[in-house]
Design a protein around this ligand. Structure first.
Ligand code: TXA
Ligand code: MG
Length: 352
């Protein structure tokens, strides 16, 4: 049985939070909102609890988890050392959507780190996540609360759809605000490298740490030499094949129109994940449309993206079509990255 607790995100009820914290202390699995996506939390120092996370998600044991703590002062026992750069970044970006990969201490179980000599750590800012961490007084290991290979959950309903009956509790605090997972920055190796783009972009990180570099996206790099399977290109895919069209707005729309026509000639049903600006033009296509929000408002697109991918999947069509965001914005790279990972490598059907 999975219980659902409705908790007001602006003023989390201490009694409900205490119940969730008690469940975590006892080795239970609790899904809770963070500012990025819902996490599936477990006592990070309890090997059995962590093993249950992998089982519930059907996640390969080779994919390490992020450990969440209430404040930067709580990381000392989890890491071998706190480098100066980590302190500076924490002062500026914690609590918030930044995960730092640091050298681990002996305390952190191998189950959490997948046997690596590093551990990923984050201080979330969501009031429910904060209240839970403070009440439980534990480091909480929490991957996104989705089944492995499904889009990350940005609402409690997504968690229920994927994990009902597999976890003990869901703290429902409404939709998450950022909508994409945290920026993952590796500080354990030189130079410091962004392993996963997120809401805090590289340019912003460089204002604190000038030598931060970007790792080329796995979707562009092929499948070799990845340090963590969580970075696999297929990680966020909907079940329905999704074709992504890149390039400038006009040519990407033209390609979508052409692709929809070809699929329909083959008797295949089509849905388009469309930016608000494109809806008018695409309505003529007789394809189902899922609104991604305005391309001019990347934060709105980010917060809707995973829900839109799930909605697209639920339409039961043969193919989904989408174009990439072209807006110049700190969030655009993270949105482009998630769309590339969600897209199938399947090429367009050839002209008949
Ligand atoms: O926003 C987020 O980060 C959310 C919320 C719940 O905090 N969590 C999340 O966790 O997205 P997950 O497990 O879905 O993604 C964690 C990512 C994976 O890509 C994993 O490979 C990487 O972090 N990671 C974890 N530990 C690592 C390590 N020691 N070295 C390199 N990458 C690591
Ligand atoms: Mg995940």
């Amino acid at each position: 049985m999975t219980d659902v607790l409705q908790v007001d995100p602006t003023a989390p009820d201490p009694e409900l939070i205490a119940r969730a914290a008690e469940c975590l202390r006892a080795g239970g699995l609790v899904a809770f909102p963070t500012e990025t996506v819902y996490g599936l939390g477990a006592h990070a120092l309890d090997r059995r609890a962590v093993q249950r996370v992998f089982a519930a998600k059907e996640r390969p044991a080779t994919d390490p988890l992020i450990v969440h703590v209430a404040a930067v002062d709580d990381i000392a026992s989890l890491v071998a050392e706190v480098p100066r750069a980590a302190r500076d970044l924490a002062a500026r970006f914690w609590p918030g959507p930044l995960t730092m990969v640091l050298r681990r201490s002996e305390l952190v179980p191998d189950e959490v780190t997948a046997g690596l000599d590093t551990v990923a750590i984050r201080v979330p800012s969501h009031p429910i996540a904060q209240a839970l961490l403070q009440s439980a007084r534990l480091p909480i290991a929490a991957p996104s609360a989705n089944r492995f290979s499904k889009p990350s959950p940005t609402r409690a309903a997504h968690v229920l759809a994927d994990l009902r009956g597999r976890i003990d509790l869901i703290v429902d605090g409404g939709p998450t605000s950022v909508g994409l997972e945290s920026t993952v920055l590796d500080l354990a190796h030189q130079p410091p490298t962004v392993l996963r783009p997120g809401a805090i972009d590289a340019a912003t990180l460089r204002s604190i740490l000038p030598d931060v570099r970007l790792r080329s996206s796995p979707a562009e790099r092929g499948t070799t030499g990845m340090p963590a399977p969580g970075m696999l290109p297929k990680h966020y895919a909907p079940a329905t094949p999704l074709t992504l069209f890149e390039g400038d707005r006009a040519s990407a729309i033209a390609e979508i129109v052409e692709s929809a026509r070809r699929h329909r000639e083959r008797g295949q049903s089509v849905a388009i994940l469309a930016f608000g600006e494109d809806l008018e033009q695409l309505r003529a296509l007789r394809a189902q449309l899922v609104d991604l929000g305005s391309e001019g408002d990347p934060p709105a697109v980010a917060s809707r993206l995973y829900a839109a991918l799930r909605e697209g999947d639920e339409l039961g069509v043969d193919v989904l079509l989408v174009r990439n965001i072209t807006t110049d914005h700190p969030l655009s790279m993270a949105i482009q990255d998630r769309l590339r990972r969600a897209a199938s490598p399947v090429p367009l059907p050839p002209s008949p």
